[in-house]
Design a protein around this ligand. Structure first.
Ligand SMILES: [Zn+2]
Length: 261
């Protein structure tokens, strides 16, 4: 049975739910097992459809109220509004192509992202009634996708000091070893490398804390640090609970993180 792990907010947020779909009962021979909602990493289409149907049943919504982009490590954000909902399926699909974050002011619409080690960020301005979701790997973080999401939420009336953020399980800094070219990319875009990077004493390899990097970006945009919750769970350390590309390879399932109001 599919289980939803609800994400914590630092403040009470009524009517907004953020959650992750955990892997469930795993078949060790199937890297897509058991609940994978992502349809572009090689899983069987019928299995993906069944997982999506099960999630919709759990949330008491229809399939067209469950919306996730075709992610490409960009910093592109799309607003899900009435125009999107009224578009035909082909037009909707092309609107979500190459998109890594969604924002909506609509109720009963579950927006989500699929990740396996990358950071997932759920945001809400409960006063303005606006929610957002983002996927941030290192490229998206370097390109400040959290900043793009906040700016999009602001366009709809959100105020950064009212935005509350929660980040679910993703790779921890100890597990996230990167090449020096990644460190250079962060430095080039003026990220605080001294705070987000450390070197392993034995290997000398660089490690980056992507979740902290995203949190710092959001604080720079005016979200108070006390409004931000970061899960202490790591997808790679707990790859039996969450999909981990570093453990399972890229031909594997993705963990769906959703938000709905
Ligand atoms: Zn870890």
């Amino acid at each position: 049975m599919m289980e939803l792990q609800y994400l914590k907010w630092t403040k009470p947020v009524s009517g907004v739910k953020a959650f992750q779909v955990t892997r469930g009962e795993i078949n060790p021979r199937n890297p897509y097992s058991e609940f994978n909602l992502c349809n572009y990493t090689g899983d069987d289409a019928l299995r993906v459809l069944n997982a999506r149907l099960e999630l919709c049943a759990k949330l008491s919504i229809e399939m067209d109220q469950l919306i996730m982009p075709r992610q490409t490590h960009s910093n592109h954000v799309v607003i899900i509004d009435d125009a999107y909902l009224q578009a035909d399926i082909d037009a909707q699909e092309s609107m979500l192509e190459g998109v890594d974050a969604l924002v909506t002011a609509l109720p009963d619409i579950c927006i989500g992202v699929n990740t396996a080690d990358c950071v997932n960020i759920a945001l809400t301005d409960p006063l303005a009634g606006i929610i957002g979701i983002a996927h941030a790997g290192w490229r998206g973080t370097v390109a400040r996708i959290p900043c793009e999401v906040i700016n999009t939420m602001k366009k709809l009336g959100a105020q950064p000091h009212n935005i509350i953020v929660t980040m679910g399980a993703s790779i921890c800094g100890e597990c996230y070893e990167v090449g020096d070219e990644v460190v250079d990319a962060f430095a080039k875009e003026k990220h605080d490398v001294n705070r987000i990077m450390h070197r392993n004493a034995d290997t000398g390899k660089a490690h980056i804390d992507l979740r902290l990097a995203c949190s710092l970006i959001m604080q720079d945009e005016g979200i108070p640090a006390e409004n931000i919750t970061i899960s202490d769970e790591c997808s790679r350390c707990q790859s039996s609970k969450y999909f981990s590309a570093r453990r399972l390879g890229i031909n594997s399932g993705r963990t769906f993180t959703g938000i709905i109001q």
